[in-house]
Design a protein around this ligand. Structure first.
Ligand code: DGL
Length: 275
């Protein structure tokens, strides 16, 4: 069991920011990643569609025999939380670990949350923060343009388009004197510098991918499922759009250039066959 892979999925490539951290925290683990690049973005779709996609993605990973599934996607974690109860293997999304880290980090009790429209509409992070500490004040802002900016390589903190978009979305929150900001979408750490430059050093950014990787390590440890071998684990990547598209952008998310073992899957066909 312990040598079985950890399954990670996202609507696209944002979840790779969690994979990057998983590789650091649990280098001996085998990882299978699925990025639904043919159907990204999820964050502007209806809850019904997001739930359907999330279940299909999880079923794909289950068909690979994974021992834990991580929804490295703020949108899926916010909208399809029933996966916690319905999957036959341990599961985590990004909301609980990220909200917990933000509650620990804040000094003035003012936390900002940014995410996709579906995430912000669900108030998932807000509810979890208030469940943990009802005295905290929370400010939320949907930032739908951040995902296409990142997916299209507009990521430099000096890029005027990036700067302008950051300012447009975050100017209200800046006035509220938050000291902690949740990057509630796994795409957002890629433009963390632009966000931090705008909000200033006094605001701590909480990276949902990083917090979730640490949380997943705890789940595996508590369940006795850690891979105890001494060899470095493998990473296999699957995408529903072209592998070439994945190769072009994956380096940006993983923070390094590596030889990827990547393959295409037809998620629609697979979803039908797994029914
Ligand atoms: N990575 C997804 C998330 O964390 C956002 C991308 C999308 O809208 O599909 O919410």
């Amino acid at each position: 069991m312990s040598e079985q892979a950890i399954g990670v999925f996202d609507s696209g490539l944002g979840g790779l920011t969690a994979v990057k951290e998983l590789i650091k925290v649990l280098p001996q683990e085998n990882i299978i990643y699925f990025g639904d690049t043919a159907r990204v973005p999820y964050g502007t779709r209806s809850d019904k569609t997001i739930k359907m996609y999330a279940h299909q993605d999880a079923d794909f990973l289950l068909s690979k025999g994974v021992k834990l599934i991580i929804a490295a996607c703020g949108t899926v974690s916010s909208v399809a939380s029933e996966l916690y109860d319905e999957l036959p293997v341990p599961f985590t999304g990004v909301v609980i670990p990220t909200a917990s880290a933000a509650v620990k980090a804040t000094r003035n009790g003012k936390i900002g949350i940014i995410g996709t429209p579906a995430t912000v509409n669900s108030s998932s992070y807000k509810k979890e923060i208030l469940r943990q500490n009802e005295r905290i004040t929370v400010f939320q802002q949907a930032c739908p343009l951040f995902v296409p900016l990142v997916e299209n390589g507009f990521i430099s903190a000096d890029d005027p388009i990036v700067k302008l978009t950051v300012e447009r979305y975050l100017s209200e929150m800046k006035k509220e004197n938050i000291d902690t900001l949740i990057l509630g979408c796994t795409h957002f750490p890629i433009i963390a510098k632009a966000i931090s430059d705008y909000l200033g050093r006094g605001v701590t950014l909480i990276d949902s991918g990083k917090e979730t990787a640490l949380y997943a390590a705890n789940i595996l440890g508590n369940a006795g499922l850690l891979n105890t071998s001494n060899t470095i684990g493998s990473c296999k990547y699957y995408v529903s759009d072209t592998v070439e598209g994945f190769r072009k952008t994956a380096d940006v998310f993983l923070g390094k250039s590596v030889e990827y073992e990547a393959a295409h899957i037809n998620i629609d066909k697979l979803a039908k066959s797994l029914k």
